[in-house]
Every structure is written in structure tokens, then in C-alpha cells.
Design a protein around this ligand. Structure first.
Ligand code: CA
Length: 228
């Protein structure tokens, strides 16, 4: 099987080297670049199965670079960020990253994330990043409704956005704040406990269809995730 290609855009040589080395060790074909310009030039000629982007690059932001890449490709993107405060923007609807790793990180942790993201997208394929199905869930983008094991859930707009965010990233834990930013038009006006109330309602609707399944997990003191 052809090794999967991972483009890594990181300007700090020591980090870039260790990431490239770890990916190579795990059987990937890593390609490293240190600037947005070089990465864009490479992407014009070649394609990757996954892209790892540092947020702070010498000639621009990794977030802008992500938008440029996404305009032409659905390739999964993992961000490297030095600040936890950037996470909401990175995973939010604006950038829509598939995952992120906060510096400092171990190369092993990053390669584990790379594998998890690629597994989610189907090995070797370059399919759309759009979340559609997770464990009996199906989303209809036009009507903003979802069904669970074939039965309509009858979701409110907020529940729809919450469930879509959670199911779009199976296994990832979202904080209440992240979920508010994803699902509320005016997150500042919401209270974190309103997230709990909507999650409770979502669970109730899903249990009415399948009492034996609980897709949404509570992570005490942090937030929620949805299993795949
Ligand atoms: Ca940097």
C-alpha cells in the first residue's frame, strides 16, 4: 500500500524535524514546509492525505492558510497551537479543523491524532470532511433535521447545531464554552448550564428512539463528546 502523505507546515525547525521523524517512523510519507508560501506552492502541484498546520507562521496565519487549502480541497487538517485560547476558533465553524494539538506536545501524541483523523475519513481516501453519519445518526442539511436509527429526532435549531458539532468529531471532547460558540448565535448571552439543558433534551429525544444507546458522554468538569 502506498504510504499516506502528510504535509506539515511548521516554521520551528526542531518541532518540524521531530514531527517529520515521528510520522516517518509510523509509516507515513511526511513533507515539511516552513512558510505559507511554500506550502501553497506545494499544494498546487501535489496532494496530501492530511495537513498539519502551525497557527503562527512567518508569512501569515495557519488559519488563513487553512481557508486557502480548504477552498480547493477537503483534506483533513490538524492544527498545532501554542495557545489554548485559539482552540475555539480553530475547531469552530469558521476554521473547522478536524483536530488540534496544543504545544508542547509529544510527537507520539500527534501521530496518534493523525491516525485517528485518517481512520475517521477512511484510510487512503480523500472524502468530504462534512459530518453526516455517526452510529445511527443521519443529518439532513436542507431541513436542519436529524434522524436516529431511522426515526426523526425533531430537534430545535440549537440541538441540531450541538448534535452536528459533536457527531462531526466522534470521540473529541468539547467544553461547554466550545459548544456554545458552535451552536449559539450570541454565545455571550448564554450560560454554560444552558448547554447542559440542551444536551439533556437531546439525550431524552435519542433515548425515546433507542433507550439502550447513549451516544453522548459527559466528561465531568469539562464537557461532552459523542462516540463514533
Ligand atoms: Ca510557529
Amino acid at each position: 500500500m502506498k504510504p499516506q502523505r502528510v504535509l506539515v507546515v511548521e516554521d520551528e525547525p526542531s518541532i518540524l524535524d521531530s514531527v517529520l521523524y515521528a510520522l516517518h517512523t509510523e509509516g507515513f510519507e511526511p513533507i515539511g514546509h516552513g512558510t505559507c508560501r511554500d506550502a501553497i506552492a506545494w499544494m498546487r502541484q501535489e496532494s496530501a492525505d492530511l495537513v498539519i498546520l502551525d497557527v503562527g507562521l512567518p508569512d501569515g496565519s495557519g488559519m488563513e492558510l487553512c481557508k486557502t487549502i480548504r477552498a480547493a480541497s477537503n483534506v483533513p487538517v490538524i492544527f498545532l497551537t501554542a495557545r489554548a485560547s485559539e482552540v475555539d476558533r480553530i475547531v469552530g465553524l469558521e476554521i473547522g479543523a478536524d483536530d488540534y494539538v496544543v504545544k508542547p506536545f509529544s510527537p507520539r501524541e500527534l501521530t496518534a491524532r493523525v491516525k485517528a483523523v485518517l481512520r475517521r475519513f477512511g484510510e487512503g481516501s480523500r472524502v468530504s470532511a462534512k459530518p453526516t453519519v455517526a452510529s445511527g445518526l443521519a443529518f439532513d442539511e436542507e431541513s436542519c433535521q436529524a434522524s436516529f436509527h431511522g426515526s426523526a429526532l425533531g430537534l430545535s435549531a440549537t440541538e441540531w447545531k450541538l448534535l452536528r458539532a459533536l457527531a462531526g468529531h466522534p470521540g473529541r471532547v468539547f467544553s461547554r464554552e466550545q459548544l456554545m460558540n458552535l451552536a449559539w448565535d450570541d454565545p455571550g448571552a448564554a450560560m454554560e448550564r444552558t448547554v447542559d439543558a440542551h444536551i439533556k433534551s437531546l439525550r431524552h429525544k435519542m433515548r425515546a428512539i433507542r433507550p439502550d444507546v447513549d451516544l453522548i458522554q459527559t466528561h465531568r468538569g469539562f464537557g461532552y463528546s459523542c462516540s463514533a
